[in-house]
Ligand binder design. Structure first.
Ligand code: GLP
Length: 269
């Protein structure tokens, strides 16, 4: 297989379960991902009750949501209306202690990037309620809601610099389901940018879908952009699945797509 770019230390041989798509830069990558999302969303129009979409937050997703909204606005009005009236998505995670209305919450992020521009309701774009005084009860209720709708159809995923997906921090077993988790200092540092750079403001706990719900999705799209992810991506590509590297469990999924720009493939061996 010739991917036309410098490869990480292992050969991405046939047995590598990721279907890998490499693009020159972020813009080309985003365009290609939005092509696929648009295709899947069009297909949903002919399904009576499609399963929920699985959405992620983080800087990686920002240009994707912006481009997706632009693309959807070019749809015929009737198709767009049908898509939006049947929209149901479940986000991966939310910080414990932050209400949906808190500007630092993932709820606010989703309102900004998706709910407001597409006029979707909070019933349609679901996240765990970080403001629930009982986060354990909230995690259990969120897990049940997703089960009720039959699990995720298409799951979007970013990659944490310590190998987390959602907020599944290492160590994490592949059977872990939706739950309350403690965030590592490195993850809180990675996300401090959206709290004005103040680590003390970043919550210490979160509610996240687990690897169990993620791996039950019909298809998974892991998106990795930029040189800051090169090292962790190299580990994901070269390591066997293990609790120490949550993203490595994705290798056990039958339909997992890995979208990378060239910068993310520049790890020194
Ligand atoms: C965050 C989120 C993940 C996200 C990942 C990568 O902590 N919980 O859902 O995908 O880390 O974030 P970014 O895209 O900002 O690099």
């Amino acid at each position: 297989m010739n991917l036309g770019v410098p490869l990480p230390s292992v050969s991405l041989a046939e047995e590598n379960p990721f279907k890998i798509f490499i693009r020159e830069n972020q813009k080309d990558l985003v365009d290609s991902i939005v092509d696929v999302l648009e295709d899947r969303l069009r297909k949903r129009l002919s399904i009576e009750t499609p399963k929920p979409l699985g959405l992620a937050t983080g800087r990686t997703m920002e240009p994707i949501y912006l481009a997706l909204v632009d693309r959807l606005k070019s749809w015929e009005a009737a198709d767009l209306e049908k898509l939006l009236s049947g929209w149901l998505s479940f986000n991966l995670d939310e910080y414990v202690g932050l209400k949906d209305s808190d500007p630092h919450s993932f709820g606010s992020y989703m309102t900004h990037y998706l709910r407001s521009p597409l006029h979707l309701t909070s019933e349609q774009v679901r996240l765990p309620n970080g403001g629930n005084v009982d986060p354990y009860q909230e995690a259990s209720s969120y897990r049940s809601q997703l089960q009720e709708f039959g699990g995720i159809s298409l799951q979007l995923l970013g990659l944490g610099t310590n190998g987390h997906v959602g907020f599944n921090e290492p160590p994490c077993d592949l059977n872990a389901s939706c739950r309350v988790v403690s965030l590592s200092t490195s993850t809180r540092q990675q996300n401090a940018f959206s709290f004005g750079g103040d680590l003390d403001l970043v919550p210490k706990n979160a509610i996240t879908l687990g690897l169990k719900e993620i791996l039950s999705a019909e298809e998974i799209h892991l998106i990795v952009i930029g040189i800051s992810k090169a090292q962790i991506l190299d580990r994901v590509l070269t390591s066997p699945p293990s609790v120490g590297l949550p993203a490595s469990w994705l290798k056990s999924h039958k339909r997992v797509f890995l979208w990378v720009d060239k910068a993310a493939l520049t790890a020194k061996n």
